[in-house]
Structure formats: C-alpha cells, structure tokens
Design a binder for this molecule. Structure first.
Ligand code: HEM
Ligand SMILES: *[C@@H]1O[C@H](CO)[C@@H](O)[C@H](O)[C@H]1NC(C)=O
Ligand SMILES: *[C@@H]1O[C@H](CO)[C@@H](O)[C@H](O)[C@H]1NC(C)=O
Ligand SMILES: *[C@@H]1O[C@H](CO)[C@@H](O)[C@H](O)[C@H]1NC(C)=O
Ligand SMILES: *[C@@H]1O[C@H](CO)[C@@H](O)[C@H](O)[C@H]1NC(C)=O
Ligand SMILES: *[C@@H]1O[C@H](CO)[C@@H](O)[C@H](O)[C@H]1NC(C)=O
Ligand SMILES: *[C@@H]1O[C@H](CO)[C@@H](O)[C@H](O)[C@H]1NC(C)=O
Ligand SMILES: *[C@@H]1O[C@H](CO)[C@@H](O)[C@H](O)[C@H]1NC(C)=O
Ligand SMILES: *[C@@H]1O[C@H](CO)[C@@H](O)[C@H](O)[C@H]1NC(C)=O
Ligand SMILES: *[C@@H]1O[C@H](CO)[C@@H](O)[C@H](O)[C@H]1NC(C)=O
Ligand SMILES: *[C@@H]1O[C@H](CO)[C@@H](O)[C@H](O)[C@H]1NC(C)=O
Length: 334
C-alpha cells in the first residue's frame, strides 16, 4: 500500500522535473564518455573494411528505430518473455541488418564508459559516422536518449513506410512523426547507397498495379536492366543497388536518378513523377546542388533523431542492446 503511494509520488516528482521538455544535447557525454564518437567510429570503420554495405545498413537501423515509438533502441530488442521483436515485422524481417556491429560497438563503449551510453544513442552516432564514412555530410549528433523496455511489433508494421506506398501515404507516415515534405525528400536521399531485394520493386517490372504493363514512370533502359536482375518467377531475395550510378557513395545522385526515371521503388519515383507534387522542386534543387542536399539531410536527420526520445529517468541504459535489463518489471509489482 504505502510502497504504491511512494512509487506514485516519486513518479509524479520525476515527471515534474524531467517531464516531456527534456532536451537532447550534443555535449551529453562530454564528461561521462568523451571519446564515445571515436569509439563508434573505430568499430564502424573496421566493419566497413569487410562489408562496404554496412554503413547503409546502420543508417537504416536508426531510421527504423526512430519511426517506431521514437528513437529508443526498440528495434534492437530480440524476443524474450516480455518482448515480441520488431525485427520480425514486415518492413524489417530478412532485411534490416547490422545488429552484430551494434553489439560490437556497445561492447567497445561499455569497456570505456560502463553503463552510461544508451543503445538508442549508439544508433544515432553510428548513422552520422556511416554517412560521413561514405562521403556524405557531418552533423552534431544530439544525444541523451535512453532505451525502451518495450518493443512495438504492430507499430513497426503500421508506421514504417512501404516501397509500394504512394506519395500520399508516405507523406502521411512522415507527418505522423512530425516530419514535413522537405524532411521526406531529404531523408529519402538515404537511398543513395545500400541494396534492395527484388521483392520490393518487382511489382513495377511486369504487371504494375494490374495494368498488364510495367510502371510507366520507370526508365525503359533501367527497366530492362532490372528485369534481367529480377526475372519473373525468379529469386525475390536477389539484391541490387539502390543507386545504380555510385552504389556505395553518399552523394546527390539519387535525385538525378529520379529525374531520369531511375528511382528503384515506387515510393522513390513518386517524389518526382507525381503530377503537381510539391516534392518535385525539392528533388530538382537537391539534384542541382549537392551542398543544398547535404545541409538539408543533416538537419532532417536531427529532426528524425528528435522523434519522441526517452530522456531523464524514463527508460534505461541497457547493458546488452538486445535485451531489457534484468530486475523488477512494473508488472512484477502488481
Ligand atoms: C521514404 C520511405 C522509405 C521507404 C518506403 C523505404 C523502403 C526501403 C526498402 C524497401 C529498402 C530495401 C530493403 C530490402 O530490400 O531488404 C530500403 C533500404 C534502405 N533504406 Fe529505405 N525507405 C524509406 C526511407 C528511408 C530513409 C528515411 C532512410 C534513411 C535516412 C532510408 C535508408 C535506407 C538505406 C540506407 C537502405 C539500404 C540498406 C542496406 O543496404 O542494408 N530509407 N528502404
Ligand atoms: C564538449 O566537447 C566538445 C568537443 O570536445 C567541445 O567542443 C565542447 O565545447 C564541449 N562542451 C562542453 C559543455 O563541455
Ligand atoms: C579516444 O579514441 C581514440 C580512437 O580510438 C584513441 O586514439 C584515443 O586515445 C582515445 N582517447 C581517450 C582519451 O581515451
Ligand atoms: C518471436 O516471437 C513471435 C511471437 O511469439 C514469433 O511469432 C516469432 O517467430 C519469434 N521470432 C523469432 C525470431 O524467434
Ligand atoms: C568526415 O568527418 C571528418 C570529421 O568531421 C571530416 O574531417 C571529413 O572530411 C568527413 N568526411 C567527408 C567525406 O566529408
Ligand atoms: C505501438 O505503435 C502504435 C502505432 O504508432 C501506437 O498507436 C501504439 O500506442 C504503440 N504501442 C505502444 C505500447 O507503445
Ligand atoms: C494512395 O494509396 C491509398 C491506399 O492504397 C489509396 O487509397 C489512394 O487512393 C492512393 N492515392 C493516390 C493519389 O493514388
Ligand atoms: C496483371 O495482374 C492482373 C491482376 O493483378 C491480372 O488480372 C492480369 O491478368 C495480369 N496481366 C498480365 C499480363 O499478367
Ligand atoms: C536467393 O538469393 C539469396 C540472396 O542472394 C540467396 O541467399 C538465396 O540462397 C537464394 N535462394 C535460392 C533458392 O536460390
Ligand atoms: C533514361 O535513362 C537514360 C540514361 O540514364 C537517360 O539518358 C534518359 O534521359 C532517361 N529517360 C528519361 C525519360 O528520363
Ligand atoms: C549550393 O547551395 C549552397 C548552400 O545552399 C550555396 O551556398 C551555393 O552557393 C550553391 N551553389 C551553387 C553553384 O548554386
């Protein structure tokens, strides 16, 4: 009885002092883990030597973390007695990768600064370093996120965008996270590197939306190439480059690809090919000036990184990114 009262009072006080306006900060670990960025950088660079794709995969992990209950490390949790993993949700299964590298980063960070740096922040730092190591912009990563004690499998299915979503749906899914049209166009530029499976665009190659013909907004030369890579009734897991021009470089080619009708997904090409869309002029401006793209990408990454973080005393600092910390769970107290 009195312990319930005490817990309620403590919770109320905690909410009063660290409530929802807690802010992330670029200097959050200055005194507690000053070297965290170079530790993450070392591990990512090491991984990149044997796997050039890893930087793309790590950027995507941060995105898929942030869009489900905010940037809280929830995507890293595997099945356990209290967790149904987000990794099994449709946008993630057999697709998201890089978890071993995240574990290696966590181990290296714990060696230097035990119990201090959240897994959610590790994803945010790794995303910035990955973009930089691939030739893209740098930005001051805001830090101070804490890790969730829950995952949201159904949220991962409903809130992450699909490659067959049209521009209306994609725009809605971004605005539901507080991201506007410029954020959408800038962040879609993440498709300037990395790989994708045939299953995610084969619907455009042979019989688009039941029309009996390929997607008319697909460049016929590029179409022929993609049909070779992904034959009808072929292996839907076969990988191809998201950016056919510079597959492993973070640059603004993504936008000239869209102008050439060489966007890989429907969700990519609609940014440029939807009649009258406000995204077209943004594509044009990012295509004509890489600096403009880089500046916008950096600020949109900060916007995405600010989606509903847990801060203050909310959540926890996981000791293993895959598992919630052991100890009394709220449900055990009832
Ligand atoms: C706009 C809506 C988006 C949709 C519909 C979408 C969808 C996809 C799909 C289907 C794949 C390929 C997965 C596979 O075949 O296994 C992919 C890959 C990728 N996405 Fe997105 N994505 C979107 C936005 C973003 C954003 C905002 C970022 C980051 C800022 C991003 C970064 C990436 C990267 C880097 C890859 C390659 C990953 C790798 O090679 O491991 N995407 N995306
Ligand atoms: C934190 O460290 C960075 C990099 O060393 C430095 O630029 C910044 O002034 C420091 N901030 C604080 C508040 O100590
Ligand atoms: C920080 O990390 C870098 C790279 O791992 C290392 O060279 C340096 O000695 C470290 N500095 C401190 C203060 O630990
Ligand atoms: C995780 O648990 C869910 C629900 O019990 C189950 O459907 C799924 O197959 C499990 N995934 C893995 C990788 O074990
Ligand atoms: C990556 O970041 C470092 C440090 O900010 C910078 O010196 C370097 O030029 C960046 N790399 C690229 C390709 O921009
Ligand atoms: C899971 O995500 C959905 C969709 O955003 C949301 O409505 C729901 O509240 C989330 N569930 C939990 C437990 O956070
Ligand atoms: C976009 O997709 C939704 C859901 O499939 C559909 O209801 C809507 O009509 C589509 N909008 C356009 C402009 O195609
Ligand atoms: C295309 O798909 C539609 C329905 O999805 C089907 O009715 C039609 O027969 C298909 N056309 C061809 C040429 O395969
Ligand atoms: C399909 O392609 C994937 C990726 O290249 C490969 O791992 C898998 O073994 C292939 N499956 C078959 C049945 O060939
Ligand atoms: C198709 O791609 C080729 C080669 O990139 C390009 O020259 C051509 O202009 C593109 N066609 C369209 C309609 O964009
Ligand atoms: C490209 O954009 C940057 C930043 O917006 C601007 O400073 C620069 O003048 C532009 N370059 C050209 C060639 O227009």
């Amino acid at each position: 009885m009195s312990s319930t009262l005490l817990i309620s009072a403590t919770l109320a006080l905690a909410l009063l002092f660290v409530g929802s306006d807690a802010q992330l900060s670029a200097t959050f670990y200055n005194s507690t883990c000053p070297n965290v960025t170079s530790i993450v950088s070392d591990v990512v660079q090491q991984a990149q030597e044997s796997d050039v794709r890893i930087t793309a995969s790590l950027l995507r992990l941060h995105f898929h973390d942030c869009f489900v209950n905010g940037c809280d490390g929830s995507i890293l949790l595997v099945n356990s007695s209290t967790i149904v993993t987000e990794q099994d949700a449709l946008p993630n299964i057999n697709s998201v990768r890089g978890f071993d590298v995240v574990d290696n980063i966590k181990t290296a960070v714990e060696d230097s600064c035990p119990g201090v740096v959240s897994c959610a922040d590790i994803l945010a730092i790794a995303a910035e370093i990955s973009v930089n190591l691939s030739g893209g912009p740098t930005w001051d990563v805001l830090l101070g996120r804490r890790d969730s004690t829950i995952a949201n499998f159904s949220g991962a299915n409903s809130d992450l965008p699909a490659p067959f979503d049209n521009l209306t749906i994609i725009t809605l899914k971004f605005s539901a996270k507080g991201l506007d049209t410029t954020d959408l166009v800038a962040l879609s530029g993440g498709h300037t590197f990395g790989r994708a499976q045939c299953r995610n665009f084969i619907g455009r190659l042979y019989n688009f939306s039941g029309t009996g013909s390929p997607d008319p907004t697909l460049n016929t030369t590029y179409l022929a190439t993609l049909q070779q890579i992904c034959p009808e009734n072929g292996n839907l897991s076969t990988l191809t480059n998201l950016d056919p021009i510079t597959p492993d470089t973070f640059d603004n080619d993504y936008y000239s690809n869209l102008q050439n009708e060489e966007g890989l997904f429907q969700s990519d090409q609609e940014l440029f090919s939807t009649t009258g869309a406000s995204t077209i002029s943004i594509v044009d401006s990012f295509s004509s000036n890489q600096t403009t793209f880089f500046e916008n990408f950096a600020s949109s990454m900060i916007n995405m990184g600010n989606i509903s973080p847990l801060t203050g005393t909310d959540g926890e600092i996981r000791s293993d990114c895959k598992l919630v910390n052991a100890g009394l769970l709220f449900t055990d107290m009832k």
